[in-house]
Design a protein around this ligand. Structure first.
Ligand code: SD4
Length: 331
């Protein structure tokens, strides 16, 4: 009966942790938090927690949200000195009358709650930032996988139509990076009591404007859970999901009887119809319905997720998602 899903390839290990917690009898809320925390502490993942890439001013800011099957939720945004923002979000949910705390207020709360302060920016992230500063037209520069499935990335220039061309340093050498900017982690779970929960944690888009907050801490945009209906999480260019309230939209369609996969297709269709979409924009969505049926879809190829369930013989499996559905690749 337990089901666990986590976004992107780096979600494989967090999903294993979440699923093993579920098999050991943990509530879904504890499982998703444990999975998310693993990723926050993993410095090889450069868009979540410590080790994430900074904003355009060289400062790393973190966003996170968490939600349980009873509609309780908590989130934090623009946190600069604490690694486990998912746990701070949970504490906001459990210990305050509020849903969201931001910036210095969130940090003061974290301090009062005894969370340890951490230097989030690693030497590696600083080096990538220096490299980014050297790029001409750097506000048009993003990071892309150098080749599918590789942990190797390139800077690309994106023109006003979203067309990408590989960026070069002034000396002509292609700038290669070891991680991508798209790698937020969203974890969804259903436990053996049938309870749903979700967690989402990120450093947001690499080299974003200082002060920018994405969809991940916004309940209804990056994450939404209704214990009787479904849990949904989003990843990708947060501005799209914030405008479309994508996670909420998916859950509401499931409430109206739309099949999970179809609900995701329709949410993506809404994004496509209502927004000026350039080819560089991505949105990946995942959902678990209250009966354990799950689905995942994305605007474009390249979105992966880890899934584990009894239907998968309790194995954790990495899936590649395309617009039409899912192909399974086991790692
Ligand atoms: C954001 N949605 O801050 C996040 C980033 C992300 O894959 O999910 N990247 O917009």
């Amino acid at each position: 009966m337990p089901v666990s899903l986590a976004t992107w390839k780096h979600g494989f290990q967090p999903n294993r942790i979440s699923y093993e917690a579920l098999l050991a009898g943990s509530p879904a809320l504890d499982a998703v938090e444990a999975g998310a925390k693993y990723c926050e502490a993993d410095i090889t993942c450069m868009s979540v927690g410590r080790g994430g890439l900074p904003d355009a001013t060289g400062i790393l800011t973190l966003d996170a949200s968490i939600m349980d099957h009873e509609g309780n939720c908590g989130s934090v945004a623009f946190v600069q000195r604490y690694e486990h923002v998912i746990s701070i979000a949970r504490r906001v949910m459990e210990k305050t009358p509020h849903v969201m705390l931001a910036g210095t207020g969130a940090e003061a709360f974290a301090e009062r709650e005894g969370f340890p302060q951490t230097e989030l920016l690693t030497e590696k992230a600083k080096a990538y930032y220096s490299e980014w500063l050297k790029q001409p037209d750097r506000l048009q520069v993003r990071l892309r996988r150098a080749s599918e499935g590789e942990h190797e990335y390139v800077f690309v220039h994106v023109d006003e139509n979203g067309k990408e061309t590989e960026a070069h340093e002034q000396n002509g050498r292609i700038s290669r990076l070891a991680e991508a900017s798209h790698d937020t982690i969203g974890v969804l779970a259903m436990d053996s009591a049938g309870h749903l929960a979700g967690a989402c944690t990120t450093s947001g888009l690499a080299f974003k404007l200082h002060g920018r907050v994405g969809d991940s801490p916004i309940i209804g945009a990056g994450l939404y859970v209704d214990g009787k209906v479904a849990a949904a999480v989003a990843t990708g260019d947060g501005e799209l999901m914030m405008r479309a309230c994508s996670a909420f939209h998916v859950v509401e369609m499931v409430r109206q009887g739309v099949e999970p996969g179809e609900a995701l297709e329709r949410a993506l269709k809404r994004i496509r119809q209502d927004h000026h979409l350039t080819p560089d924009k991505q949105c990946g969505l995942m959902v678990i319905r209250a009966d354990g049926v799950w689905a995942a879809r994305s605007l474009r190829p390249g979105f992966q997720l880890a899934a584990a369930s009894s239907q998968l013989q309790d194995k954790n499996v990495l899936h590649d998602v395309t617009k039409r559905g899912i192909t399974v690749t086991t790692i």
